[in-house]
Design a protein around this ligand. Structure first.
Ligand SMILES: C[S@@+](CC[C@H](N)C(=O)[O-])C[C@H]1O[C@@H](n2cnc3c(N)ncnc32)[C@H](O)[C@@H]1O
Length: 384
């Protein structure tokens, strides 16, 4: 039998082996004492463990090491013992969130949460090149863009003029999806990769359904964040959080976010037209982290560009336009649909955003060579 799959038993605790103690000490050294009270518990006749308590939330857990794995006290694996950083990240995530979400299995998430994924350090919103949010704003007929953004955007439009319509169809999907989720009684929204303000903004739609609704806007672009902060003037119930979707853990633990959003109650997480700016592994990790954290009854609103049905020449154009800013990934429709695994998709499912519960049929000026697909899904269970 492969004993790496054997869960530790609590029946007759063996004396701690040297490798177990080393693994626990290694983990203790990896956790930041400014954030956690960490106690190595050993003793005759008892299984050695690390008791970790968050200084911020007072939540605590016992962590064991056995057979090459770190384990929770309830015997779910955390990470391999040679991945203390991955284990530390998962522990940090767990202790910053509600207890009932700690047990969610996050395959490969722990390592990904701490890895920087070679986060293309030369890229980013501050690279000085054409900017994701401003290019999108230009396509949406907004007013916040510079010549470099317009040049890059126009290069794409020269061959694929329908891209402006695709951008607008995505924005219209976001509005319909938020209206739909708000109508289900959800009053807490987290919009990650919010983009520049546009009308209507998510908090306006949510408030229309329920004036007490609150919205946290998250983005990694200082320009977007500055504009979003102006929305704070719209009164209480709006927060702005600087965060990079490639590192979901700090977003989920952010104090401003936590002050506004109660993770014990259902939330709606929006990941609209942002995941294709991450590589596929980063995107999968981000979706898994957010959905694991959501209380039952929460909703995921997701849209993403896909290679399925998109002209490869357009993907090439987009990669050129964003070359100094972000990678462009091209998940298949199947890969996008996979992100909803474990959630209950709202009808009609995952499809081109313009076909998702349209208010009226979308009328194309040019047949689209680009596809953004999306859907809305509910986490099973009820906490409303
Ligand atoms: C195309 S806009 C989408 C705006 C809005 N979500 C929508 O669908 O209408 C993409 C936004 O994602 C943001 N973004 C890109 N990569 C990001 C990342 N790694 N973390 C957070 N935001 C990111 C960009 O700054 C931009 O504001």
């Amino acid at each position: 039998m492969d004993d790496s799959h054997t869960q530790p038993t609590h029946a007759s605790p063996p004396a701690a082996s040297g490798s177990t103690l080393r693994a626990l000490e290694n983990l203790a050294a990896t956790l930041d004492p400014r954030d956690f009270v960490i106690t190595l518990v050993t003793g005759e006749g008892r299984r050695a463990c690390l008791t970790v308590t968050s200084r911020h939330t007072a939540k605590g857990e016992d962590v064991y090491a056995a057979h090459g794995w770190y384990w929770w006290s309830w015997a779910e694996r955390i990470a391999l013992t040679d991945d203390a950083h991955g284990a530390a990240a998962k522990i940090a995530l767990a202790l910053s969130g509600p207890d009932q979400m700690v047990t969610a299995a996050l395959p490969s998430t722990s390592a990904a949460l701490t890895a920087d994924h070679g986060q293309t350090p030369h890229l980013g919103p501050e690279s000085g090149g054409p900017n994701i949010a401003r290019i999108y704003d230009y396509w949406l007929d907004g007013k916040d863009h510079f010549a470099a953004d317009r040049d890059a955007a126009d290069d794409v439009l020269a061959e694929f003029p329908e891209v402006t319509q695709v951008a607008r169809a995505n924005r219209a999907f976001v509005a319909r999806a938020v209206r739909h989720v708000a109508a289900q009684g959800v009053t807490q929204f987290i919009d990650v990769g919010v983009g520049l303000p546009t009308s209507p903004n998510v908090h306006e739609i949510a408030r229309h359904a329920n004036p007490a609704a609150c919205t946290a806007y998250v983005d990694n672009d200082p320009v977007v964040l500055a504009h979003a902060r102006a929305l704070l003037a719209d009164g209480p119930g709006v927060a702005v959080v600087a965060g990079d979707l490639r590192r979901p853990a700090p977003i989920l633990a952010d104090a401003t976010l936590r002050a506004l959003i109660d993770f014990r109650r259902p939330i709606c997480v929006l990941l609209a037209s942002v995941l294709h700016f991450l590589d596929l592994a980063e995107a999968s990790t981000a979706v898994a982290a957010f959905t694991a954290f959501m209380a039952p009854g929460s909703y995921l609103v997701l849209s993403c560009g896909t290679s399925t049905g998109t002209d490869p020449a357009l993907i090439k154009r987009l990669r050129a336009a964003y070359a100094s800013t972000a990678p462009i990934s091209d998940p298949t429709a199947h890969q996008v649909a996979d992100w909803f695994t474990g959630l209950d998709l709202e009808p009609p499912g995952v499809m081109a955003v313009w076909d998702w519960r349209p208010d009226e049929p979308w009328c194309w000026l040019t047949p689209p060579a680009a596809r953004i697909i999306g859907g809305v899904a509910r986490k099973p269970g009820s906490r409303m």
